[in-house]
Design a protein around this ligand. Structure first.
Ligand code: 5RP
Length: 224
């Protein structure tokens, strides 16, 4: 099975977590895209969705699935999204697809976070994948100095093929921090959240995944 087939398998399995008649929170990335394509097949069973990025909103709308503004929604039964890394406790690194801030916001309004990922994303210790941090552009340099003081190697994410900063859906910039061995993800999330100029950090540890559907060669495994 290819990595895409494993992603497709977990996307299909995630349909079991969709609650009929409800609004579903939808993540961003290639695994989330497979989920959106599966959701389209049962779109008449749900009221609609809240999207965690402009790209996700466009894909949902392309399938004729209603997309609600989060300001119109008080709570959701479930949020379904991928991850760049996840540990056995459900703590995750997210943001490889640049949507970490909206992902965190939509997840915070959802009662359950279902992570969908191929088996390569499961790690013992988070940090091999560079940790994304979204910042206010004018604070880029000061935040990078503070992240370096925490022991990481921060690097500004660039728009592909240019030397210009990548700009998020929120008008923020992204710093990817390599070289961290994250032994206490909750503490590091709190520490980075305290840095002035940080919009959000791609560590989802204080509120991690409640369930992880992991695509493996032996089938979809459920960690909860
Ligand atoms: C986007 C994310 C994605 O969930 C993460 O990057 C995983 O992406 P993919 O499903 O393409 O492997 O956090 O901001």
């Amino acid at each position: 099975m290819t990595q895409d087939e494993l992603k497709q398998a977990v996307a299909r399995a995630a349909i079991d977590y969709v609650v009929d008649g409800e609004i579903i929170g939808v993540g961003t990335g290639s695994t989330a895209n497979f989920f959106i394509d599966e959701l389209a097949k049962i779109k008449d069973r749900i009221k609609g969705t809240v999207a965690s990025s402009e790209a996700t909103a466009a894909r949902l709308r392309g399938h004729g699935i209603p997309v609600f503004d989060l300001n119109e929604v008080e709570s959701m039964a479930v949020y379904i999204d991928g991850a760049d890394e996840i540990d056995a406790q459900g703590a995750m690194i997210k943001g490889g697809g640049a949507a970490l801030t909206r992902e965190k916001i939509v997840a915070s309004v959802s009662k359950k976070f279902v992570c969908i990922a191929d088996g390569s994303k499961l790690v013992d210790t988070l940090g091999k994948f560079p940790l994304p941090v979204e910042v206010i552009p004018m604070a880029r340099a000061v935040v990078m100095r503070k992240l370096a003081a925490l022991g990481g190697q921060p690097k500004l994410r660039l728009k592909p093929g240019t030397d210009q900063p990548f700009i998020t859906d929120n008008g923020g910039e992204l710093i990817d921090v390599a070289g961290l061995s994250i032994t206490d993800p909750v503490a590091l999330e709190e520490q980075i959240n305290q840095i002035t100029g940080v919009i959000a950090v791609g560590l989802f540890a204080k509120a991690g995944a409640n369930v992880c559907l992991l695509g493996t060669l032996d089938g979809v495994k459920t960690l909860s």
